[in-house]
Design a binder for this molecule. Structure first.
Ligand code: ARG
Length: 467
C-alpha cells in the first residue's frame, strides 16, 4: 500500500478499505494527462520563484522519463499505489530524490484530478467529433450516389410518400451534424483550467493560474476554486451528447435491421459486417446494428448514474466523484466503437435500388399526389381525398396500384382523370415536384448536398487532436 497521506494515522488502512478506496485500476488511464498537468504546474512554480530552475528541470526530466517508460511498457502502473497521482509522485521521488517532494507544492489531488479528468475528456470530445465526421463523409457519399434512388418514406412504419435514399440519409446527416455542434459547444464551455484551486480554497502560494491555463491550452482559469474541484458538469454534458449520438445510431440501426430483413431486402450488409448462425446455415444476421442499438442503454446508464451521483453532493470535493471515471470511460469506449463499426458497415453496404423502387411503387405512396392531381383539375381537396380513397380500396381489391389502372377504370371512379394522370403520379414526378428546400426533389437535394460539402470543409478543430 503506497499512500501519500500516512502522517496523522497510527494504524494501517484495512485491506478491504484500501481496495474499496483505490482508483488506480481505472485512473491509470489518464497517466499522460496527470504528467502533462504536473509539468505545467512545476514550470509555473519555477516562473513564480517557488521552485528553482534546477528543481524544475529535475522534476520535468523525471516526469518525462516516467511517461516514456510507461508508454514503452518498461514501467508498469501497479495496484500497490492508491491512485495515478500517488504512482507518479512516488516514482518521481524514487527517481530524483528530494526535488520530487516539491512537485505537489500549492496543489491538492482535488484540483489535480479535476484537471486530469478535464484534459482526458477534452481530448475525447475532439476524437468523438472526428468519428462523427467520418460517418458524415460516408453519408454524404451515399447521398451523392442516390439522388434518384426512389424508396417509400414511412410514417407509423406504413408507406407514406415516395422519397429518395439520398433524402432518407440526409435526415441522419442533420442529426449527426447537430451532434457535432453539441460537442463543439461542450468543448468551448468546459475549456477552463481548474488547476491552482487547491483542495477547495485556492492556495497561499503566488501561483500564476493564467499561465498554467495557457500552457495546457485552456481559454483561462476557472473563477471559483470550490466550483473548480466540485464541477463535473462537463462530464454530464458529454455523456448527454454521447447518449444523443447513441440514440441516433440506435434509430439508424433499427432501420438498417428492418431494411436488411428478408421481407424488405432494401439493403444487404456486407459479409465482413454480418454474422452467421451456429445452427441455421442460411442466416446472415445484422449483429453489428443490433449491438449498436443494444449498447445505447449502457451509455444512457452512465449518464443517469453520474447525474444521480452528483445530485446530493455538498460543496466542495467528495469522494463520490471518483465514480465519474469508470462509467465515463466505458461510455466513451462504447460510443467510439459503435461509431467506427457503424461507419464501416454503412461504407460497405449494398443498396438494392430496384427493390426500394418497387416497394415505393406498391403501397400507394403516390396517393397524395393523385389527390393533388384532381385538385389541380378543380376538385376540392376533401372531395379529391375521398375519390382517391375509393380508388385505393378498388386497387386493394384488385391487388394492383393506381398507376396500373386503365384510364377507363380511373374514369369510372372520377371523370376528371385524363391520360396525363400517369405522368403526374409517377414515382419520378412525385419526388421531382417536391422542391422546397429540405424536400427530396432533385434540385432541392442538390442544394443541400452543396451546403453539406461546405459544412464538411469548414473545420472547427484546428488540428488533429494530440494527447
Ligand atoms: N481518486 C480521486 C478521485 O478520483 C482523486 C482525488 C482524491 N482526493 C481526495 N481528497 N481524496 O476523485
Amino acid at each position: 500500500m503506497a499512500q501519500l497521506w500516512g502522517g496523522r494515522f497510527t494504524k494501517n488502512t484495512d485491506k478491504l478499505v484500501y481496495e474499496f478506496n483505490a482508483s488506480i485500476l481505472f485512473d491509470k488511464r489518464f497517466f499522460k494527462q496527470d504528467i502533462e498537468g504536473s509539468i505545467a504546474h512545476v514550470v509555473m512554480l519555477e516562473k513564480q520563484g517557488i521552485l528553482t530552475k534546477d528543481e524544475k528541470n529535475a522534476i520535468v526530466k523525471g516526469l518525462t522519463e516516467i511517461r516514456e517508460e510507461v508508454e514503452a511498457g518498461t514501467l508498469s502502473i501497479t495496484e500497490e499505489y492508491e491512485d495515478i497521482h500517488s504512482f507518479v509522485e512516488a516514482n518521481l521521488i524514487e527517481r530524483i530524490g528530494d526535488a520530487g517532494k516539491k512537485l505537489h507544492t500549492g496543489r491538492s489531488r482535488n484540483d489535480q484530478v479535476a484537471l486530469d479528468m478535464k484534459l482526458y475528456t477534452r481530448l475525447e470530445v475532439l476524437q468523438t467529433d472526428l468519428l462523427v465526421k467520418e460517418l458524415l463523409l460516408v453519408l454524404q457519399e451515399i447521398m451523392e450516389n442516390h439522388l434518384d434512388t426512389y424508396m417509400p418514406g414511412f410514417t407509423h412504419l406504413q408507406k407514406a410518400q415516395p422519397i429518395t435514399l439520398a433524402h432518407h440519409m440526409g435526415a441522419y446527416f442533420e442529426m449527426f451534424k447537430r451532434d457535432r455542434l453539441r460537442l463543439k459547444d461542450i468543448y468551448f464551455r468546459m475549456n477552463y483550467c481548474p488547476l491552482g484551486s487547491g483542495a477547495l480554497a485556492g492556495t497561499t502560494y503566488p501561483l500564476d493560474r493564467n499561465y498554467t491555463a495557457s500552457l495546457l491550452g485552456f481559454e483561462g482559469p476557472t473563477l471559483n476554486s470550490m466550483d473548480s474541484v466540485a464541477d463535473r458538469d462537463y462530464v454530464i454534458e458529454f455523456l448527454s451528447a454521447l447518449s444523443t449520438i447513441m440514440m441516433h445510431l440506435s434509430r439508424f440501426s433499427e432501420e438498417i435491421i428492418i431494411w436488411n430483413s428478408n421481407e424488405y431486402g432494401f439493403v444487404e450488409i456486407d459479409d465482413a459486417y454480418s454474422t452467421g448462425s451456429s445452427i441455421m446455415p442460411q442466416k446472415k444476421n445484422p449483429d453489428i446494428a443490433e449491438l449498436v442499438r443494444g449498447k445505447t442503454g449502457r451509455v444512457y446508464g452512465a449518464l443517469t448514474a453520474i447525474l444521480t451521483t452528483m445530485k446530493g453532493l455538498p460543496l466542495a470535493y467528495n469522494k463520490d466523484m471518483q465514480e465519474d471515471k469508470e462509467l465515463t470511460f466505458d461510455a466513451i469506449d462504447t460510443v467510439k466503437n459503435c461509431l467506427t463499426l457503424f461507419t464501416g458497415m454503412m461504407r460497405t453496404m449494398t443498396f438494392k435500388k430496384d427493390v426500394m423502387e418497387k416497394s415505393a411503387m406498391m403501397g400507394f405512396t403516390n396517393a397524395t399526389d393523385a389527390a393533388d392531381y384532381l385538385v389541380n383539375k378543380g376538385v376540392p381537396f376533401r372531395d379529391a381525398h375521398g375519390i382517391i380513397g375509393r380508388l385505393v380500396l378498388y386497387c386493394i381489391d384488385k391487388n394492383t396500384s393506381i398507376d396500373a389502372l386503365s384510364i377507363e377504370e380511373l374514369k369510372e371512379i372520377s371523370q376528371v382523370f385524363e391520360p396525363d394522370v400517369y405522368d403526374a403520379i409517377s414515382l419520378e414526378t412525385c419526388v421531382k415536384k417536391r422542391l422546397t428546400i429540405g424536400a427530396p426533389g432533385m434540385d432541392a437535394m442538390k442544394e443541400v448536398l452543396k451546403r453539406n460539402r461546405e459544412y464538411l470543409d469548414d473545420e472547427w478543430q484546428d488540428d488533429e487532436p494530440t494527447e
